[in-house]
Design a protein around this ligand. Structure first.
Ligand code: GN1
Ligand code: MG
Length: 367
């Protein structure tokens, strides 16, 4: 790999030699590496990423989106007297492209934001509050961004209704002969179908506005300052597209307020920590609350349920169709993920009232 990275470093006009690298294991889609370049005794870190072109069919368009989004945010930061470093910077090739295409892949390189760390799980409430603020701010920064200028990188990404419809079609086709084994999980998804499609209906009836949203708000997509713990930069901009505020809030809570990893096989460890819920919600709403309509606020908890159920559907769909989408570490990994998300969806369903109470308390909106 070192030789590969040296070749790429030259292509992306980075000076110095590749002296070390490590695989970054966060993320279920792309291949990501932390690469150290040393120039005249000075070391600099970069993130080299090979895009999964099975998942992202048109990565060039994604890089165009990212260029537009990052420069919009950087300009705003500058206007507010803040450092442009709070947004990702991508390296360019000598012909001015922020990507490089070769036979075996599609590559991009960004600067490693100095002195930052990521967390795959987090029970520190101050960190969660800060992460909530960072994702809320991200949306605020993009509130005046022209959504029509964005290419839809994965059409219907959070269209839960069509995700379920496609999944049920795959169940009927059963290409790998696995549907029988997961009858119970399929039945549980069917039982939740109408509630999971509620956000779709509210989009159809124009009761919920589309905004430019991040759409992949796992806590490990936030870079935290190593010393202060402050959330500094939101990363993984591949799925920034028009969406609902409930998607970003919901996906973040699904991941960060779960007391176990999203692929936990021991379901007795899975629960929704309401302290974590409150902390993230406080940060998120403090950054964004004033801009939200009452209907948006009232559907945040529904977003937590919907994103969790949707992910159960996506994991099970991948299992049924032969594990081609998400990286898997062992046979049945997608099934373990599905069961964990379904179990969590049950818990979230039972806690909808409790979540709404906290949101009402934080916003003054009555349900
Ligand atoms: C994928 O690549 P990563 O881990 O950031 C997926 C998300 C899922 C997540 C589940 C493009 O995100 O939608 O929520 O896995 N990204 C894509 O861990 O499908
Ligand atoms: Mg991602």
């Amino acid at each position: 790999m070192k030789q590969k990275f040296s070749e790429l470093a030259r292509i992306f006009c980075l000076s110095g030699d590749v002296t070390d690298y490590e695989v970054i294991r966060n993320g279920n889609i792309n291949a990501t590496y932390d690469v150290i370049m040393t120039n005249e005794g000075k070391a600099r870190r970069f993130v080299f990423q090979k895009i999964n072109i099975f998942v992202f069919k048109n990565p060039k368009r994604i890089m165009k989106n990212i260029e537009k989004i990052t420069s919009h945010i950087a300009d705003k930061l500058e206007m507010q007297g803040e450092s442009r470093d709070r947004v990702l910077h991508f390296a360019h090739t000598s012909d001015g492209k922020n990507y490089y295409i070769e036979e075996q892949g599609f590559w991009r390189v960004s600067e490693f934001v100095p002195n930052t760390v990521t967390h795959n799980s987090c029970d520190d409430l101050a960190l969660l509050r800060s992460a909530g603020e960072a994702f809320g701010n991200f949306q605020t920064m993009l509130s005046d961004f022209d959504a029509t200028a964005l290419y839809e990188t994965i059409p219907g990404f959070h269209d839960t209704r069509s995700r379920i419809a496609v999944f049920l079609r795959h169940v009927n086709e059963d290409p790998c002969g696995r549907a029988d084994e997961v009858k119970e999980e399929i039945a549980r998804i069917r039982a939740y179908r109408s509630l999971a499609c509620r956000l779709n209906e509210l989009i159809d009836s124009k009761e919920l506005p589309l905004r430019v949203t991040h759409n992949d708000t796992k806590i490990n997509n936030v870079l935290f300052d190593k010393d202060t713990g402050e959330a500094k930069t939101v990363i993984d901009l591949d799925t920034v597209m028009p969406g609902l505020v409930a998607y970003d809030f919901g996906d973040a809570i699904r991941f960060a307020a779960n007391t176990a990893p999203e692929d936990e096989p021991d379901l007795s460890r899975v629960s929704l920590d309401m302290e974590r819920f409150r902390a993230f919600a406080e940060g998120f709403l403090s950054a964004l609350g004033g801009a939200l309509t009452p209907t948006e606020i009232k559907t945040l908890s529904l977003g937590v349920f919907t994103m969790t159920l949707e992910l159960a559907v996506r994991f099970l769909d991948d299992y049924i169709t032969g594990d081609q989408y998400f990286k898997t570490l062992y046979r049945g990994h997608n099934l373990v993920r599905t069961r964990c998300q379904l179990y969590l969806a049950d818990i979230i369903y039972d806690k909808l009232g409790e979540m709404n109470k906290i949101i009402a308390d934080l916003t003054g909106v009555t349900f």
